[in-house]
Design a protein around this ligand. Structure first.
Ligand SMILES: Nc1ncnc2c1ncn2[C@@H]1O[C@H](COP(=O)(O)OP(=O)(O)O)[C@@H](O)[C@H]1O
Ligand SMILES: [Mg+2]
Length: 286
């Protein structure tokens, strides 16, 4: 079932001199069962948009349909708590929200809050700690002893422990080194392919969008500028250019080659395909 935004508007501090229209009558269909990237300039409304997916923010006008529920300005969602179990939201820099004395307790906090017994919650902690690439020996350690990247994994494990169907990640790779960022993205791909999670990722990294995501939503000043598949998005670099976003390396190289006269198909999205196309153009056949 698609997730549908209908004329969804979010105005911060409505009715005060500080009001700000962060989302302006958004109409949007998001598909379940995909990895969807949400991109756009800072301040374009990405975080505001994704915080509606688990009703952390409520629309000030319009509505959102998600998992058989309708969330609107006029009626408070009836099953907020169960929605939050099914839609796990990981904030930007989630490591700042760790607070328990052990990692086990931190991860078990969410499941316990949703009614799991102490034993079940600890079992969940054991299941998810390895999933995020840390071993069980970490469970009895303090979260504050960890590196930044490890803390973030623990914070994500805390959301995974609730076994949400939909996982929403706001800039999950921000501030990580390239290897840490790659591992983080590979974790989400695994959660998608092995555990069939629907995943939404807010990101600025076009290499990640190209390599790991299926669909893309482009936000611009509180509007949805475009939404399409990742492959068709990178066939037409004009939107990227218009928005001042640096395209992935393969797209830049492909476009440079096309500009100097190489006949290369705009659907090419990997270096291997690009190398083959260049070889063909210059007369090198395997
Ligand atoms: N709590 C808030 N109160 C008032 N304005 C806010 C608040 N949060 C965000 N905004 C404003 O709403 C706009 C969209 O913010 P946000 O959704 O965080 O954008 P993004 O995630 O794309 O950077 C920005 O101009 C921001 O300053
Ligand atoms: Mg943001």
């Amino acid at each position: 079932m698609p997730i549908t935004f209908q004329k969804l508007t979010h105005e911060y501090n409505a009715g005060t001199p500080f009001s700000y229209l962060a989302l302006d009558h958004i109409d949007l269909n998001l598909q379940e069962g995909k990895i969807t990237a949400i991109i756009g300039e800072t301040g374009s409304g990405k975080s505001t948009l994704v915080q509606h997916l688990n009703a952390l923010l409520l629309p000030t006008e319009g509505s959102l349909k998600i998992l058989d529920r309708e969330i609107s300005a006029s009626e408070k969602p009836k099953h907020l708590k169960s929605l939050r179990k099914h839609v796990g939201l990981v904030f930007q820099f989630p490591e700042y929200q760790l607070f328990e004395e052990t990692i086990a307790k931190d991860i078990a906090f969410g499941p316990k809050n949703f009614g799991a017994s102490e034993e079940e919650a600890l079992q969940r902690a054991k299941d998810v700690i390895t999933l995020v690439g840390l071993d069980e020996s970490y469970l009895e350690r303090s979260p504050f002893e960890l590196s930044g990247g490890q803390k973030r994994r623990v914070a994500i494990a805390g959301i995974l422990a609730m076994d949400p169907d939909i996982l929403v990640l706001d800039e999950p790779a921000a501030g990580l080194d390239p290897q840490g960022a790659k591992e983080m993205m590979e974790l989400f791909v695994r959660l998608h392919t092995e555990f069939h999670k629907t995943i939404f990722i807010v990101t600025h990294d076009m290499e990640h969008v190209l390599r790991y995501c299926d669909e893309v939503v482009v936000m611009d000043h509180g509007h949805v500028k475009t939404t399409c598949s990742v492959s068709s998005f990178f066939q037409d670099p004009s939107i990227l250019k218009e928005m001042g976003i640096h395209p992935p390396a393969v797209v830049s190289l492909r476009e440079s080659l096309r500009e100097v006269g190489f006949e290369i198909d705009a659907s090419i999205l990997t270096m291997e395909q690009l190398a083959q196309a260049v070889a063909k153009e210059v007369g090198h056949h395997e």
